[in-house]
Design a protein around this ligand. Structure first.
Ligand code: ADP
Length: 543
């Protein structure tokens, strides 16, 4: 028997209409490429989004067309998210840190019709222009007064809005309609496009808001360091208009001092981003000897949060929520807010509990399997490849039948490529990315576990453990360390520290020091690049 309730399509535009109605004074504060700080509200921005939607239609944008953005976190980027999807288009966010070759590939693959770009990226696109589709149009996200001279035929963003009505009747379409497109950074092979729908986007925002109530509560300010060009800034532009939290967009400057000053000035309650950006902020907090005013909550995801980082924040009085997910999951899969009785644990136990990225959010199912695909128990001991299933998880990749076929198993679960354990209370431990595990003489060594210990050394800024080829053992661990300050810790000292936690055969065969670690386009340590750099590294006992 069917239920007898209305069946209205879930639509992204309804999120902003709701905010304009219920949270009209919720703010969107942006550091602009023009150099100033811009303030608006959900009430005001919904009018500009309507104008932009009319303007897009005037440009000839039709439902289903892909419209690209190449921009920092700011209110105009937010407007594009809503206006493009509102009229049935697909907002394709491009990561400016991709290589030129990858950028050309994804713009061509997505068949983008219009590219909206921040002033910063004009030289980048000028240099690529002759390799981009001839009919691609460019809109510069600024006003007439800030339009630079360019070899590109540039339209002006503010002129596209001008003269249009400040309201719009958003069209209805099925909730499965595509709304957003984000390519994974493609560490192997070409980037693959994840095509979000209105339904998946709205459901993801609702689940994430429930799972992460701390910073997203009405009236609080959230700063997404995580870019709008990387998995929809983890859903924040959709979550906050639902809950009534305000958004503080940091623009291009993401160093510790710029973040500290902006957070301090605006009284940011919660900030979200990958571990590498928090190293900078923690450095600035140390220098200032205090937290930014009002800072109470940090969401760390995208890579494993080192225990030393969790401890530093928690000691300073900032609640850490360690989250795990991926582009294909919209992206949030699990979150590490502790259940209430555990919140009062002593510091050391709390930090240890939070080194797990927590439990699945509502709507995401998890399973771990052995090499034959057979499910493994959630006993906190068995480790296997992690598979996921749910309404916010990709069922395949845009225009890529081969990758789509390989993505899901016969029961429709998506293979994450991560190796994990799940304990009986649902807490997840990511052992490693399958491709980053180090296989020594048939036994696996977790690079994440080694790094976690070394990162707790006060004179280590960051580090990475990677596999290097070995004639006898196939692979052995090499540790690459970036020291903090000019007194690097000794090799012996680090090995002694590791020896307290690991068996002898799991210890790195060598430790090398470097000034920096290479990063991927999404700001994570690029182990692929490190493996290439050190492929011929002579290990001391390799003969
Ligand atoms: P890319 O970095 O290639 O763009 P994603 O941003 O989608 O791709 O990265 C997803 C991957 O990042 C996960 O599969 C996992 O390996 C890693 N990851 C994300 N969060 C965590 C975490 N909390 N702990 C460990 N690994 C994580």
């Amino acid at each position: 028997m069917q239920g007898m309730m209305m069946n209205r399509p879930l639509k992204i535009a309804d999120i902003l209409s709701y905010a304009a109605d219920v949270h009209p004074s919720g703010e969107i504060i942006s550091v602009r490429t023009e150099g100033d700080l811009h303030r608006t509200t959900y009430g005001e921005i919904s009018k500009r989004v309507a104008q932009l939607a009319h303007g897009l239609r005037d440009l000839g944008v039709e439902p289903g067309q892909r419209i690209a953005t190449l921009a920092w976190n700011g209110y105009r980027h937010f407007e594009l998210y809503y206006a493009i999807s509102g009229i049935g288009g697909v907002c394709h966010t491009i990561n400016p840190r991709l290589s030129a070759e990858q950028m050309i590939y994804i713009i061509t693959h997505a068949e983008d019709r219009v590219l909206f770009l921040d002033v910063t990226f004009v030289p980048l696109i000028e240099a690529l222009a002759d390799k981009l589709p001839a009919d691609l149009r460019f809109v510069l996200m600024t006003d007439r007064a800030h339009m630079p001279k360019s070899t590109l035929d540039l339209l002006c963003y503010e002129e596209i809005l001008e003269g249009h009505p400040t309201s719009i009747e958003w069209p209805d379409f099925p909730e499965e309609t595509a709304a957003g497109l984000c390519y994974t950074s493609g560490t192997t092979g070409n980037p693959k496009g994840v095509l979000y729908s209105h339904r998946s986007t709205v459901l993801h925002a609702m689940s994430a808001a429930i799972a992460l109530p701390e910073g997203t509560a009405s009236g609080r300010k959230i700063l997404p360091v995580v870019p709008l060009f990387h998995v929809n800034a983890w859903g924040l532009p959709y979550i906050t208009p639902m809950t009534g939290a305000s958004l503080v967009f940091p623009g291009p400057a993401l160093d510790g001092k710029s973040l500290f000053d902006l957070m301090d000035q605006e009284g940011v309650y919660s900030a979200w981003g990958v571990p590498t950006v928090w190293l900078g902020l923690l450095g600035q907090i140390k220098e200032e000897g205090r937290l930014p005013d009002g800072f109470k909550d940090v969401v760390i995801g995208g890579s494993a949060a080192p225990e030393a980082m969790i401890e530093a924040f928690e000691t300073a009085g900032v609640n850490v929520c360690h989250a795990w997910g991926m582009t294909e999951m919209s992206p949030i899969g699990t979150q590490g807010n502790l259940p209430y009785p555990m919140r009062d644990l002593p510091l050391a136990e709390r930090v240890a509990a939070k080194s797990s990225p927590g439990r699945r959010i509502f709507g995401v199912e998890l399973k771990i399997v052995d090499e034959d695909g057979a499910p493994l128990p959630h006993d906190g001991k068995a480790a296997g490849e992690l598979y996921v299933r749910g309404n916010t998880i990709a069922s395949g990749y845009f225009n890529n039948p081969d990758a789509s076929a390989a993505a899901v198993d016969k029961d429709g679960w998506f293979g994450t490529g991560d190796v994990a354990m799940i304990d009986p209370t649902g807490f997840l431990t990511i052992t490693d990315r399958a491709k980053d595990l180090i296989k020594s003489g048939g036994e696996w060594i977790s690079s994440l576990d080694l790094e976690n210990i070394v990162m707790s050394h006060p004179r280590v800024a960051s580090c990475a453990a990677i596999a290097v080829p070995h004639p006898k053992w196939d692979e052995r661990p090499l540790l690459v360390v970036v020291p903090e300050g000019d007194q690097p810790p000794g090799q012996e000292e680090l090995l002694d520290m590791l020896a307290e936690h690991f068996a002898k055969w799991q210890l790195p065969d060598d430790i090398v020091f470097a000034d920096t670690l290479p990063l991927t386009a999404t700001g994570k340590v690029s182990k692929l690049t490190l493996r290439k750099i050190y492929a011929n590294h002579a290990l001391p006992d390799a003969g």
